[in-house]
Design a protein around this ligand. Structure first.
Ligand code: SF4
Length: 364
C-alpha cells in the first residue's frame, strides 16, 4: 500500500514512521503551499472551509507522487468535518483518481468498521511490535511539539532571529529524508541542542500570547501564515492552546475521562457555553479565560472563514473579553487573505499589548 494523509502540523513526522513500521510505503504530501491551496480550492465547493480545500490539495499532490491510499480521520461532530470524508471521496473519484480511502472513525461509530480499518493499517504486524511502535510514535509527536514550542520561545529572545528559522527549516527538510524512530529522535535532539546554543537577550521581557481557535489553523503554519514566527520576530512567546500532543492526551490517552487541561477549559467556558458546539469552539472560549488566569498578555483567535464553531466562539468572546478584561484579537483566514494586512494587524495588536503592560490602555 502506498499510503498518504493530509498534513496536520508536524504530526506527519510520527505518522510517517508509524506507518512505515507497519510495512507501508508512505508518500508524504509536499509541505502545504500556495499551489496546494490553489489546487484544492479549484476542486472544492466554494463555501467549504479552508482545511477542506487544503486537504484536497494534499491528496492530489500525494496521488501525483504515487499514493494509492489516503488515510484520514472521520468525525460525527456538528461542524463540516463530519462531511469531509464523504465529500472528499466523491470529489477525488469524480476527478478520475483510482485511490482507496481509509477513514478512521471513532470506534463509537461502530466497532466492526473500526477493527477492519485498523487491520488494514497494521497488516501482519504483531501486537507487541505495534504497541512498541505506537509508544515511540507518541514520544516523537511530543518531542516534535516540544521542539516547536522551544523554537517559539528562543525566537522571542534570540538576538539573530533568522538563525532560529534556519535551524527549524533545516529540521523539516531533514525530517522528510530520514526514516525510523531513532534517526528522527536523534534529529530532534540535535535540533534542540542547536537552538539552545543561540545567543539570546536575557534581559528582554517578552510578551506572552495564547493562540486559540480552530485546531487545524493553530497547528498548520501555512494556513496561519506562520503566525508563530511573525510574533516571535515581534518579541512575543506564543503558546498554542491545541497541539497534536494535547489532542492525543485528551482524546486517546485519557479516554474516557479526558485530559486535565481540556477539562479545565470546559469548566472555564461553562458560564458562556455549556455544550459542545462542534470543532473546538467551546475550548476557544475556555482557552481565552485560561490564558488570562495564567497571566498571559493576550490571546489571538484564528479561524478559517466560514468556520461555524469558531464564529459562535468569536461572538461569545466579545462578552468574555469585557468580563475578564483581557485583549483577544480575532484573525480570519481564507485563500484571499493578504499577508500585508495580516502583518499590520499583528503589529498593531502587539503595540496595544505593550501599552497595556505600561498601564496606558484598558479594554472595554
Ligand atoms: S472546525 Fe471549522 S474549519 Fe474545522 S472542519 Fe469544522 S467548520 Fe471547518
Amino acid at each position: 500500500m502506498k499510503i498518504s494523509f493530509p498534513h496536520f502540523g508536524n504530526a506527519y513526522i510520527a505518522g510517517k514512521v508509524l506507518l512505515e513500521e507497519c510495512g507501508h510505503t508512505v508518500i508524504t504530501p509536499p509541505v502545504c503551499s500556495r499551489s496546494t491551496l490553489e489546487l484544492g480550492t479549484s476542486k472544492s465547493p466554494e463555501s467549504m472551509c479552508m482545511p477542506f480545500k487544503i486537504f484536497i490539495g494534499n491528496y492530489i499532490e500525494s496521488i501525483q507522487r504515487g499514493a494509492d491510499t489516503i488515510l484520514l480521520t472521520g468525525s460525527c461532530g456538528p461542524c463540516r468535518y463530519g462531511f469531509y470524508s464523504y465529500m472528499q471521496k466523491d470529489i477525488i473519484k469524480k476527478l478520475g483518481y483510482d485511490v482507496d480511502f481509509i477513514v478512521l472513525e471513532s470506534f463509537k461509530e461502530g466497532i466492526p468498521q473500526f477493527s477492519k480499518n485498523i487491520k488494514r493499517l497494521i497488516g501482519s504486524v504483531s501486537p507487541n511490535k505495534l504497541l512498541r511502535s505506537s509508544r515511540l510514535a507518541l514520544k516523537l509527536i511530543k518531542s516534535s511539539d516540544d521542539l516547536t514550542c522551544l523554537s517559539n520561545e528562543v525566537r522571542a529572545y534570540a538576538i539573530d532571529k533568522d538563525k532560529v528559522n534556519f535551524i527549524m527549516d533545516s529540521f523539516y527538510k531533514d525530517a522528510d529524508d530520514i526514516h525510523g524512530f531513532n534517526q528522527l529522535q536523534n534529529l530532534i535532539n540535535d535540533t534542540e541542542r542547536q537552538l539552545r546554543t543561540l545567543k539570546i537577550n536575557r534581559n528582554f521581557k517578552p510578551l506572552r500570547v495564547g493562540l486559540i481557535g480552530d485546531i487545524y489553523t493553530i497547528i498548520e503554519p501555512f494556513i496561519n501564515l506562520e503566525v508563530e514566527r511573525k510574533l516571535g520576530y515581534l518579541g512575543v512567546i506564543v503558546e498554542k492552546s491545541l497541539t497534536p500532543t494535547k489532542w492525543l492526551e485528551h482524546h486517546i490517552l485519557s479516554y474516557p475521562f479526558g485530559s486535565k487541561f481540556e477539562n479545565e477549559k470546559y469548566s472555564l467556558a461553562r458560564p458562556y457555553i455549556k455544550d459542545m458546539i462542534g470543532g473546538h469552539g467551546r475550548e476557544t472560549v475556555g482557552s481565552a479565560i485560561y490564558y488570562r488566569n495564567k497571566g498571559f498578555d493576550g490571546a489571538i483567535q484564528i479561524l478559517p472563514l466560514n468556520c461555524m464553531p469558531e464564529i459562535v466562539a468569536k461572538s461569545v468572546l466579545k462578552r468574555v473579553v469585557k468580563d475578564i478584561d483581557f485583549p483577544v484579537m480575532t484573525l480570519v483566514v481564507d485563500e484571499m487573505t493578504g499577508e500585508a494586512g495580516f502583518n499590520t494587524r499583528l503589529e498593531a495588536y502587539v503595540d496595544l499589548l505593550y501599552k497595556r503592560r505600561r498601564g496606558e490602555m484598558i479594554i472595554g
